[in-house]
Ligand binder design. Structure first.
Ligand code: HEC
Length: 180
């Protein structure tokens, strides 16, 4: 009798595919452009704030999902999601405006870039474009996916294997050390 009840329980838990499907979907590697824009990223810890990019006329805000422990080794765990907002810097004609603090003035949000890594992800690209298990995504300010040339993202991040392909990880670790 007990055996029978167990059998029923197994069938019910397998039959009810919600959890199972979710696991399978997570296991399959998304292609570049398919990683989701996390809905709640603006409430995540700041990875770096107000990154000044006069060269691209932008101010950037970087976020990391809560609990992604990367320091001091500078390697992010699987499941890490990094989000970067790219804001236009305000200008008058060709001149970039600066605030009283000497910093660029943040204008409209132009794009949102995402990097997410997971076990086995990001292997379906040529070797020279591999970025470990990271996969890239890009969104417009309206949250719609952008068709960026993701080989460019990969080519510029790929040389940073020693930093887990994350450009400013040193700064991030130095900052989080100060915070504790
Ligand atoms: C020419 C080099 C270059 C290209 C191309 C590039 N990135 Fe980056 N990326 C950087 C640098 C440098 C940073 C650090 C922030 C900064 O200084 O602006 C960065 C930061 C990021 C971050 C924040 C986490 C981190 O690694 O620091 C994400 C997410 C990101 N890039 C995604 C992308 C995506 C998606 C693309 C393509 C659509 C892309 N990048 C193209 C250089 C590049």
């Amino acid at each position: 009798m007990i055996k029978q009840i167990c059998a029923v329980a197994v069938v019910v838990s397998l039959g009810c595919c919600g959890g199972l499907t979710a696991n399978l979907v997570q296991a399959a590697s998304p292609k570049d452009g398919e990683v989701a824009l996390p809905a709640d990223y603006a409430s995540w810890p700041k990875f770096l704030s107000g990154v000044q990019r006069e060269d691209t006329k932008q101010v950037r805000e970087l976020y990391v999902n809560p609990g992604a422990k990367a320091c001091p080794a500078g390697v992010f765990p699987n499941g890490t999601r990094l989000v970067m907002e790219l804001y236009k810097a305000k200008s008058e004609g060709e001149t970039l405006l600066k605030g009283a603090d000497g910093k660029l003035v943040k204008g409209d949000l132009a794009k949102v870039f995402v990097m997410e890594k997971n076990d086995g992800w990001g292997q379906d690209v040529p070797d020279n474009l591999k970025n470990g298990n990271w996969v890239f995504g890009a969104y417009g300010p309206d949250g719609k996916a952008l068709a960026e040339d993701f080989t460019k993202c990969r080519a510029c991040h790929a040389p940073l294997a020693q930093k887990d392909f994350v450009h400013r990880v040193d700064e991030f670790c130095a900052q989080s050390q100060k915070a504790h």
